[in-house]
Write a protein that binds this ligand. Structure first.
Ligand code: ADP
Ligand code: SF4
Ligand code: MG
Length: 332
């Protein structure tokens, strides 16, 4: 598998003032991983664990109070491109829409409420196809909409005239109109009801098959990951705690937190929702020492509150950060 993106020791923090006291929220705290061409990688974890922050940094949106403390994000195009070293104009010209697209939480963050959908497409296309006439651009849009199975009428609508599900499909169509190599999607189906959600997930799946690109899909909903993703990265309190193929993670989850996440999915026929991990996630302004999961972990040992478990490849392509896995540390 060829890598398209690599993240090395990334730390991204927010400096905030709470009741007049300066605090640093360590939302992404020393994360390293690689993303491959032609895969759907899922990012899972409870709300507040740093998923959206990680995606924003990978896409290069760094608005204060968010900043990168250290680490690297490299796009492996013809040569490695360091997105964190590029200025905004450079990113707009060279990367956005044609190499990488971002579908943020809530489609109204992307769509302009005052413009018909067709205009929003042609506005993007004309920046990157300056040589083409208006009619040709419109033809490209119609062709693209047809390829994705959307009704042509949406092009003449304003965003508010569409249903939530259709708006999200249009946002996905917009993100893919220049066939980018990478798409980041942050909770793209969370606001939708289950039936509509299914259709939108299927659209993402179909277009990945069609374009063989990379999708990085964020959702706290582990059932969505099971249905959609090829590999799964699990985050907890600003750290990545497990990464492997989705099939392997569901068959052989190794981190105690991952086990809780998977156990929390109701099985067919079950009437009760299972327990998630006891307690709640820690504040990222003052995270626990050692393994950040130790206050909630039923398997915690003394070492867990003293040292941080390294993120290690325990089995081929299966990475875990836990002292109980891999057998280096003994209970005491
Ligand atoms: N603009 C901001 N200013 C300060 N803290 C923030 C901001 N955005 C997010 N955070 C904090 O960063 C942490 C990670 O948040 P986020 O990346 O949104 O998590 P997730 O997407 O997993 O729910 C949380 O503690 C959140 O409160
Ligand atoms: S390192 Fe310790 S506290 Fe952390 S998940 Fe593993 S056993 Fe639990
Ligand atoms: Mg989020």
């Amino acid at each position: 598998m060829k890598k398209i993106l690599s993240v090395e020791n990334l730390k991204a923090y927010y400096d905030v003032k709470v009741f007049g006291i300066e605090r640093t929220v360590k939302a992404v705290d020393n994360i390293s991983f690689e993303v491959y061409e032609d895969e759907i990688l899922g990012l899972a974890g409870e709300s507040g664990c740093g998923k959206s922050t990680l995606i924003k940094v990978l896409y290069g949106i760094l608005k204060p109070p968010l900043y990168v403390k250290s680490g690297k994000v490299l796009y492996h195009l013809n040569q490695p491109v360091d997105i964190l070293a590029m200025d905004i104009e450079d990113k707009k010209e060279k990367l956005y829409w044609k190499v990488v697209s971002y579908i943020p939480q809530g489609s109204m963050n992307v769509l302009n409420p005052l413009l018909r959908i067709k205009k929003q497409f042609t506005n993007i296309l004309k920046v990157h196809h300056k040589e083409k006439a208006k009619g040709d651009l419109e033809e490209m849009v119609v062709e693209h909409i047809k390829n994705l199975g959307l009704p042509r009428e949406v092009l003449n609508s304003y965003p508010h005239q569409l249903s939530g599900g259709m708006r999200q499909r249009v946002t996905i169509a917009l993100a893919t109109v220049l066939t980018p190599r990478i798409i980041f999607a942050d909770e793209p189906t969370t606001a939708l009801d289950v039936v509509v959600q299914r259709g939108v997930l299927q659209l993402l799946k179909d277009l990945q098959k069609m374009y063989r690109n990379t999708i990085i899909m964020v959702t706290h909903d582990i059932a969505v990951h099971a249905e959609l993703t090829d590999r799964l990265a699990v985050m907890y309190a600003g750290k990545m705690v497990e990464l492997s193929s989705t099939r392997e993670i569901f068959k052989n989850p190794l981190h105690p937190y991952t086990k809780f996440l998977i156990n929390s999915v109701p099985q067919i026929g079950e009437k009760t929702i299972k327990n998630s991990a006891p307690g709640s996630p820690p504040s990222l302004a003052n995270p626990p020492t050692g393994c950040r999961f130790h206050p909630r972990c039923p398997l915690a040992m003394r070492v867990c509150s003293e040292k941080e478990p390294p993120f290690k490849e325990i089995l081929p392509e299966h990475f875990v950060a836990c002292f109980r896995v891999g057998g280096d540390e003994k209970d005491d």
